[in-house]
Design a protein around this ligand. Structure first.
Ligand code: MN
Length: 299
């Protein structure tokens, strides 16, 4: 895809969740970043601007505000081009520059130690250094886009980045509750750190999930009918366990995929605790629990 198309995609996304968004500032940021990075190429051979646009698109998927998206488009400008922070400030104001500067400062931290205690310290340092949470959001989106395009890097770099992502960035996303980003970071890291296990699991899960999703679909239909009959308002959601989490469970409990029961699951959301137990009662009249496998997470 051409940069212009990624840009249009970005604007359309923002307008979908915030129709009145001041996209004018995003438009100016794209123009400035595009010009500043012109002539620079990524390892893939694509124009560099593809990267900031990718980062901005990830943040738009998370429905962030226009200031954050503007800073995302500009996040590598001060570091990698002749445009200075002062110039950016006169064009985009203090808030945008504070975010860009915050991201640059985080990028300067180097990770050396692999000891658990040290890792925890890095995560704490990240959270402390980025006084504005949006700085970390941009940094996470930056890492996610780099992980998505990691195949263009040399193998030793791939390992290094994947390890760092698994040890620092995925836990950081988890700490902030941005699970979608956490899962993708983990699965991408897993793919580069354990390629054989990863691709084997992809294939196994593809087969298994087909069978199980069919059973769960019928179960979900039955369950929502019964809940409606007894007047419990509910919302059913699907949850597919991501690959890294399946693999870790297999490793930890020394299990085969066939012994892992929750590679896909139904999540039932109701209004209050009383309905929670009411719904559980319905579930138990429809299906018998497997002995020893029922856990009361409600209590
Ligand atoms: Mn970047």
């Amino acid at each position: 895809m051409k940069p212009g198309n990624h840009y249009l995609e970005l604007i359309n996304k923002i307008k979908a969740y915030q129709p009145e968004a001041p996209v004018e500032i995003v438009e100016r940021a794209y123009a400035v970043a595009e010009e500043a990075h012109r002539g620079q190429l990524r390892k893939s051979g694509e124009e560099y601007i593809i990267h900031p646009l990718g980062v901005a698109n990830i943040l738009a998927d998370l429905q962030l505000d226009c200031v954050t998206i503007t800073a995302a488009l500009l996040h590598d400008v001060a570091e990698d081009t002749s445009v200075t922070l002062e110039q950016l400030q006169s064009m985009f104001g203090k808030e945008v520059v504070m975010l860009v500067d915050g991201v640059t400062k985080l990028s300067r931290i180097t990770y050396k130690s692999k000891q658990e205690q040290q890792l925890e310290n890095y995560i704490k340092m990240f959270l402390a250094m980025a006084r504005d949470i949006r700085v970390i959001m941009i940094k996470l989106a930056d890492r996610l886009h780099n992980m998505r395009t990691l195949k263009h890097m040399a193998p030793h770099k791939q390992r290094e980045k994947a390890e760092e992502t698994l040890e620092i960035f995925a836990p950081l996303a988890n700490r902030l509750g941005i699970y979608r980003v956490k899962w993708e970071l983990e699965d991408l890291s897993f793919r580069y750190l354990e390629p054989e296990a990863y691709y084997e699991l992809v294939e196994q899960v593809r087969q298994k999930r087909g069978e199980r999703d069919h059973i769960l679909q019928n179960a979900a239909r039955e369950l929502s009918e019964r809940l409606r009959e007894v007047g419990i308002r509910s919302e059913l959601q699907w949850r597919a366990k991501h690959l890294y989490s399946i693999w870790r469970k297999m490793q930890r409990d020394r299990k085969e995929l066939g012994e892992i029961y929750d590679i896909s699951a139904i999540r039932l959301v109701v209004d209050n605790v009383k309905d929670c137990y009411g719904a559980l009662g319905i579930v138990h009249t429809l299906w018998r629990p497997i002995p020893g496998r029922f856990k009361d997470y409600i209590a």
